[in-house]
Structure formats: structure tokens, C-alpha cells
Write a protein that binds this ligand. Structure first.
Ligand SMILES: Cc1cc2nc3c(=O)[nH]c(=O)nc-3n(C[C@H](O)[C@H](O)[C@H](O)COP(=O)(O)OP(=O)(O)OC[C@H]3O[C@@H](n4cnc5c(N)ncnc54)[C@H](O)[C@@H]3O)c2cc1C
Length: 267
């Protein structure tokens, strides 16, 4: 690891000032991805701006009908939050199954979505729930946020401050986890509102994506049997040492059917 300057600002403005115009600076949240990346010398920031001293970024609250979760909220706190469990149990359940205890007590929702790992869990929830990502500059719709593998719509120096989740009628997440890391080999988040069904897939493709055929079938009939004749095109899915693209395509459909069945139980 290269040496770096460590900063721990205590206001958002101070953090933004440290990041502004400095191509060699990076924010650090839980450090669960950034620190290993730095140890491998895949990232070598000269200035590391620790977000953990910023006030108000780890709050969980309802604003009208919207569940708002601060960017610095750790996975364990999302999983344990009485408010998240009551209003959006599928999200609490998702958070409880990320990585291991150590990762869940360090990693943050803002860090996870900013990183946009193709196998991360939260991006599927954010996309399927049609959430909004609040940043230090603007509000970004989930459909516009996840751009490509490890790439988001965030500009340099722009910080995620909160995620705003509209509440669905029913929702559920199912993943087939890599037994070593618990990252998703395929994960499917299904969300039904009064007007639409949205389905987001993680782990299978180069970045999280919406599965439009599955959405259309579930919009007609929100039942796992509606997916019996649907398949997913494997040609754009990933193959790696863990699973090939055909296997992942099959897993996506299995996870989708299980997620719908689970959502029906919770509804
Ligand atoms: C062993 C292991 C197992 C894991 N298993 C899973 C799993 O099963 N499922 C899963 O989803 N994830 C998993 N993770 C990832 C983990 O959950 C973290 O969410 C993830 O590493 C990023 O969150 P972080 O808070 O640690 O971010 P950091 O590592 O601190 O930052 C990640 C990136 O986001 C940027 N960033 C951080 N916060 C912000 C912000 N507020 N605004 C803008 N940019 C920001 C940083 O500059 C950096 O580029 C695992 C990680 C490990 C080490």
C-alpha cells in the first residue's frame, strides 16, 4: 500500500472541499472494498477522506411515504432497524445476508452502491424499488445511477448522502450466494407497487440490470407460475470460475420464482 494523507472532516462541506478538484483524493466509508483495493495497489489515493465523522449520514427515517436511509448506514444497522423491518422487510433481510458479521458492521449502503460491484446486493434493491440516490449535488433516479461494472453516474468529488426508497406493496430478494464471500452468483429483487412490477438482477451480468421479460410476465400475473415459460438470454451474462453464463441464466429464473413466492407470503 502506498502512503497517503488521512483526513477526517466533521462537516459535509469540509469533506467536499477536500475532494473538490483533487483527482488524487477518494472518500472512504466502511473501507471494505477500498482498503483491499489499496492493499493490492489497484487504487492509490494520495488523500483519503473518511466520511465516518460526518453528522446525519447514518440516519434512517420516514419522510412521508418514503423510507430514507443515510449513505453511511452500515449493513448491520439496516438489518436491525425496527423501521426498515416494519416498512421494507425485504431490504432488512437483504442487508442481513451481506458478507459476514465483520463486513456487515463496517460496510455501508452508500459505499456499496457507489462501488457498484456487479455481484453486490443493494444495487438490485435500489433498482427494483425505483429508489432515488441523493448526492451532494442532485438527486439521481436508480435507472440512471448504475452505469456499468464498478461505474455509476457519480462525478468526481460527488458524494452519496442518502437513498430514498418508495414503499412497495410487496417485495422480496433471493440470492444464490457464493459460499466463500456471500456475494451473489445471481440475486433477484422483485418489487410490486400499485402501478408496476420491477425486477432487478445482480451477480449475473456485468452490472445490475432490470429483467424486462420477467417484469412483463409478472405484471400480467404476479405469481411464480407466470415465469414457467420465461427464460433469460445467457449471451450477455458473465462466465467466470464460479459459474458460466448458462448456469447463471438458469439461476436467475430460479431466484426470480423464489423471490415472487416469498413476496406473496409477505404480502
Ligand atoms: C469479504 C467480503 C464479503 C462481502 N460480501 C458481500 C456480499 O455478500 N454482498 C454485498 O453486496 N457486498 C459484499 N461485500 C462488500 C461490502 O458489503 C461493502 O458494501 C462494500 O465493500 C462497499 O462499502 P464500504 O462502505 O465498505 O465502502 P468503501 O470500501 O469505503 O468504498 C467503496 C467505494 O465507494 C466510494 N464511496 C464510499 N462511500 C461513498 C459515498 N457516500 N459517496 C460516494 N462514493 C463513496 C469509495 O471512494 C470507494 O471507491 C463484501 C466485502 C467483503 C470484504
Amino acid at each position: 500500500m502506498r502512503s497517503f494523507n488521512y483526513h477526517k472532516p466533521d462537516t459535509l462541506d469540509a469533506a467536499l472541499a477536500l475532494l473538490s478538484g483533487n483527482d488524487e483524493a477518494l472518500p472512504i466509508a466502511g473501507g471494505m472494498t477500498l482498503l483491499p483495493t489499496m492493499k493490492q495497489r489497484l487504487a492509490a489515493p494520495e488523500d483519503l477522506v473518511d466520511l465516518s465523522g460526518l453528522p446525519g449520514l447514518a440516519d434512517v427515517a420516514m419522510e412521508g411515504d418514503i423510507l430514507v436511509i443515510g449513505a453511511m448506514t452500515r449493513h448491520a444497522d439496516v438489518a436491525a432497524s425496527p423501521l426498515v423491518k416494519e416498512k421494507l422487510p425485504a431490504l432488512a433481510n437483504l442487508a442481513s445476508r451481506i458478507g459476514d458479521q465483520q463486513v456487515r458492521h463496517r460496510g455501508t449502503i452508500g459505499g456499496s452502491i457507489s462501488n457498484n460491484d456487479p455481484a453486490a446486493d443493494y444495487p438490485a434493491a435500489v433498482l427494483a424499488l425505483n429508489a432515488e440516490i441523493v448526492t451532494s449535488k442532485r438527486t439521481i433516479a436508480a435507472d440512471d445511477f448504475f452505469v456499468a461494472m464498478f461505474e455509476t453516474a457519480l462525478e468526481p468529488g460527488e458524494l452519496v448522502t442518502a437513498i430514498r426508497f418508495p414503499l412497495p406493496e410487496v417485495a422480496a430478494y433471493m440470492k444464490f450466494a457464493n459460499p466463500a464471500s456471500r456475494y451473489a452468483l445471481a440475486g433477484v429483487f422483485v418489487a410490486k407497487t400499485t402501478s408496476a412490477v420491477r425486477v432487478a438482477v445482480t451477480g449475473a451480468g456485468p452490472s445490475v440490470f432490470r429483467a424486462s421479460d420477467i417484469e412483463a410476465a409478472l405484471a400480467e400475473s404476479f405469481d411464480a407460475t407466470a415465469l414457467e415459460r420465461i427464460s433469460i438470454d445467457a449471451s450477455e451474462l458473465m462466465s467466470d470460475i464460479h459459474a458460466d453464463n448458462e448456469y447463471r441464466a438458469n439461476l436467475v429464473m430460479v431466484m426470480a420464482r423464489r423471490a415472487v413466492a416469498l413476496a406473496q407470503q409477505s404480502g
